[in-house]
Every structure is written in structure tokens, then in C-alpha cells.
Design a protein around this ligand. Structure first.
Ligand SMILES: C[S@@+](CC[C@H](N)C(=O)[O-])C[C@H]1O[C@@H](n2cnc3c(N)ncnc32)[C@H](O)[C@@H]1O
Length: 202
């Protein structure tokens, strides 16, 4: 109970420091906390969703983790660039030897990628940032997109996915597509496709 009460503020403090934050994530990967994500069965979904607006896309995956759960068939994407604060996660990602891929160990709150992308992915990562940090990042992302580019956000938690809609309203982005989680026990993740306000579909 007490651990639960102090846990959240301590985590918030740690996350303010990129070095401590990186160490925290590295430790979690070392302890195998996130191993189950590698087995997650819905990895093909992001690519088929991206192909609805950008066939053969150039993809930036922010907070990519090991990326092992992201099915990217060779030939169906132009380039994949994965970024994560955990060196350990990126080592695993590199060991997958994905073709046409590059990686960076970096804090996405400050990271400036080398290119523009058809899809910027934020899969199960946005809620590890404070609301202000998430809003800051979302405001920067349109500058990283190609003319056909969009942002894909994945959130497993129904409550958090509803709160997220409030956050994006202020960020110059429109929700082009929102696939809410299914109701009931078999709830799946929510997916948001975000576009700069001027190009969003009505
Ligand atoms: C729950 S895991 C999700 C990993 C992957 N996107 C997936 O869906 O399987 C969250 C990831 O976000 C990364 N992360 C958290 N805060 C970050 C930050 N400020 N900069 C870069 N990566 C971050 C963590 O290292 C971790 O790999």
C-alpha cells in the first residue's frame, strides 16, 4: 500500500533524468519484465494499418523496445528506424538483423531523427511521458512527416486512450482514425491515426 503510494512519484522523479530513466528501463529489460511483449500476437496490425495511407512506408518507431513484436515483411516497407532509451532493448532490436533498418539509443523527448517519415509510431509509450512532455512531442511530430505522413499511437488501456484524445486536441493534430479497444474481456489495444490538422479527413 505504502509502496504503491510512493511508487508513482518516485517513478515520475526518475523519469525527469534521462540517465536514470535509461537505467530504469535497462534494468526492467534485464529482469525480463517486457519479455511478454516480444510474444504479443498483434504485431502485423501496425503495418497493415500504415499501408492504408502509405504503401511501402518509411517508418520511425519511437520507444520501439526490442521491436520483436512488430511484423515487418521485407519488401513491404522502405526503411525502419527504431529509437529507444534502453540500450539493452536496442541491442536486442539490432540482433534481429531486420533488412533496411537502423536504430538509435535516445530519449524521444529530445531526439531529432535523421529523415522524414510516412509513419511515426508511438506504440505503448506515450503514457510514460508526462502530459506536458507528450504534448510537446506531439507538436514536434508533424515536422518529421513526409507530405503523406501520419502518426500512429497505440494504447492498451481504455481509460488512458480516452484521456489521450483530450491531450491531442491542443496539439494541432486531428484524429483521422480511432480504433477504440473492443469492449469486454477480449479488449484489444486502441489505435489512433493522427494527421496534421490541415490534411485530416473530415
Ligand atoms: C511498454 S514498452 C513498449 C515497447 C514497444 N513500443 C512495444 O509496443 O512493444 C515502452 C518502451 O518505451 C521506452 N521509453 C520510455 N520512455 C522513453 C523515452 N523518454 N525515450 C525513449 N524511449 C522511452 C522504454 O524503454 C520501452 O522500451
Amino acid at each position: 500500500m505504502i509502496a504503491g503510494r510512493i511508487g508513482a512519484p518516485v517513478r515520475a522523479l526518475v523519469r525527469r533524468s534521462p540517465r536514470l530513466n535509461a537505467a530504469l528501463w535497462d534494468t526492467q529489460y534485464a529482469l525480463g519484465f517486457w519479455g511478454y511483449l516480444d510474444e504479443a500476437g498483434d504485431g502485423a496490425m501496425p503495418l497493415s494499418l500504415i499501408e492504408t495511407w502509405a504503401p511501402h512506408p518509411k517508418i520511425l518507431d519511437l520507444g520501439c523496445g526490442t521491436s520483436a513484436n512488430l511484423a515487418l515483411s521485407p519488401g513491404r516497407y522502405r526503411h525502419y528506424h527504431g529509437v529507444d532509451i534502453s540500450r539493452r532493448a536496442i541491442e536486442t532490436a539490432r540482433s534481429l538483423n531486420r533488412p533496411d533498418a537502423s536504430y538509435a539509443v535516445a530519449d524521444i523527448r529530445a531526439y531529432v531523427p535523421p529523415d522524414r517519415y510516412d509513419a511515426v509510431l508511438l506504440r505503448e509509450v506515450i503514457y510514460y511521458l508526462s502530459v506536458a512532455e507528450a504534448a510537446d512531442l506531439l507538436r514536434r511530430l508533424p515536422g518529421l512527416l513526409t507530405t503523406r505522413g501520419r502518426i500512429l499511437v497505440q494504447i492498451y488501456d481504455v481509460q488512458r486512450s480516452r484521456q489521450f484524445v483530450e491531450v491531442i486536441r491542443d496539439c494541432g493534430l486531428d484524429v483521422a482514425t480511432w480504433l477504440p479497444p473492443e469492449a469486454g474481456d477480449g479488449a484489444s489495444d486502441a489505435f489512433f491515426v493522427l494527421a496534421p490538422a490541415a490534411v485530416a479527413e473530415s
